[in-house]
Design a protein around this ligand. Structure first.
Ligand SMILES: Cc1cc2nc3c(=O)[nH]c(=O)nc-3n(C[C@H](O)[C@H](O)[C@H](O)COP(=O)(O)OP(=O)(O)OC[C@H]3O[C@@H](n4cnc5c(N)ncnc54)[C@H](O)[C@@H]3O)c2cc1C
Length: 331
């Protein structure tokens, strides 16, 4: 923002809740209708080009709410694919208790925790040789150590078994810091059962329809979670530990709920064919060439890496292209 402000050409309108993209009769984006949240009044800004960057799902919602004669199902939605192929990161977790880590000398290990450990995906060869029952892969984020417990029970009840007084203090000293946790963060394969539509009944406080989500993990995600659980159990057992707090035990049981890893992307996919995608390779919608999407909505896959740096890189690239095309008079 500082370099943009320094040009003197940037106006920031705070408390503006965008509702829809305005499209003229030539099919070009001509501005935004927004609600001024301080007054509740509907207002509009005009524009030579419109960039939506409201976060993947909100951008999808704005597109779907932008209905006109040219786009009765929402702007840039001639393919019918706006809202389709929404993704999150695949999350699966397992923790264990390791006797070798019991009764460690008490000192504060804050600052030397799980944030410093990361194992990238390692089974590329097996994946290539079709030895796995899921596509792509996951990385591992690890946690443990005797950091400040922050109010959590330092010694879980299933181990202390109701100990009390001096015995409980001994148990806490014994067990605290003897737990390790592993979290898989993996690639989701987009599928047609994961999508968002406008809700027919529920509206936000400004009367604008909200999104309703439909979701079904495919075998790729369930099998990937099961693979991670097995890997983590092997790691814990190789440390001489025992898996702790196993829920249910069905392979894939720890698969996080959709949206829980908060890496929602997709819904306006990039592609090379206007019939099977919403955006071209430059995050520019096929239908409205002066409308670009600069958040995770154009993602056509959701690699195991956290999404934000890729969102930023693509946004930068898309904006460079927008400026270039504007200068050439192509918008
Ligand atoms: C708790 C948490 C932890 C996370 N950790 C990580 C992490 O470690 N690594 C990582 O890569 N990602 C992480 N993410 C995901 C990351 O936050 C998102 O990928 C990223 O913020 C997306 O950037 P964005 O610009 O597309 O959307 P946002 O950052 O959501 O920005 C969208 C902006 O648009 C505004 N807006 C929304 N709707 C409207 C509207 N109708 N009108 C006007 N303005 C609107 C919002 O107020 C917001 O300012 C995390 C997310 C959460 C919630």
């Amino acid at each position: 923002m500082p370099p943009a402000l320094a040009t003197g050409n940037l106006d920031i309108i705070p408390n503006a809740h965008a509702r829809e993209v305005v499209v003229d009769k030539d099919g070009k984006a001509r501005g935004i209708i927004f609600i001024d949240k301080t007054t509740g009044k509907e207002t509009r800004v005009t524009a030579k080009a419109v960039v939506l960057a409201a976060g993947a799902c909100e951008t999808v919602r704005i597109l779907l709410n932008s209905k006109s004669n040219a786009f009765p199902n929402g702007v840039a939605n001639s393919s019918g694919l706006v809202g389709k192929y929404v993704m999150d990161t695949v999350g699966a977790d397992l923790s264990g208790q390791v006797p070798a880590l019991e009764n460690l000398p008490p000192h504060n290990e804050d600052g030397a925790g799980g944030g410093h450990f990361y194992a990238p995906w390692w089974l590329y060869k097996e994946q290539k040789a079709a030895k796995l029952n899921f596509a792509r892969g996951y990385h591992i984020e690890m946690g443990g150590s005797r950091y400040m417990p922050g109010g959590a029970n330092p010694a879980p009840d299933d181990l202390t078994r109701g100990s009390y007084g001096t015995k409980f203090k001994e148990d806490a000293r014994r067990y605290y810091g003897s737990f390790v946790g592993f979290a898989a963060r993996g690639e989701m394969i987009p599928n047609e059962n994961c999508y968002a539509v406008l809700d027919d009944n529920v509206k936000d406080q400004w009367g604008i329809p909200v999104l309703r989500f439909h979701w079904k993990w495919s075998d790729h995600e369930i099998n990937q979670a099961a693979h991670a659980e097995k890997t983590f159990a092997e790691l814990i057992e190789a440390m001489g530990g025992k898996v702790h707090g196993l829920k249910g035990g069905q392979p894939g049981f720890s698969l996080r709920r959709p949206g829980e890893v908060i890496h929602e992307v997709g819904g306006a996919m990039i592609g090379d064919d206007p019939k099977t995608s919403v955006c071209n390779a430059w995050n520019q919608t096929w239908d409205v060439k002066n409308l670009i999407l600069c958040d995770g909505a154009p993602f056509a896959s959701n690699a195991d890496k956290n999404p934000t740096l890729t969102i930023m890189a693509l946004a930068w690239r898309a904006c460079d292209r927008l400026v270039d095309q504007a200068k050439k008079g192509n918008l």
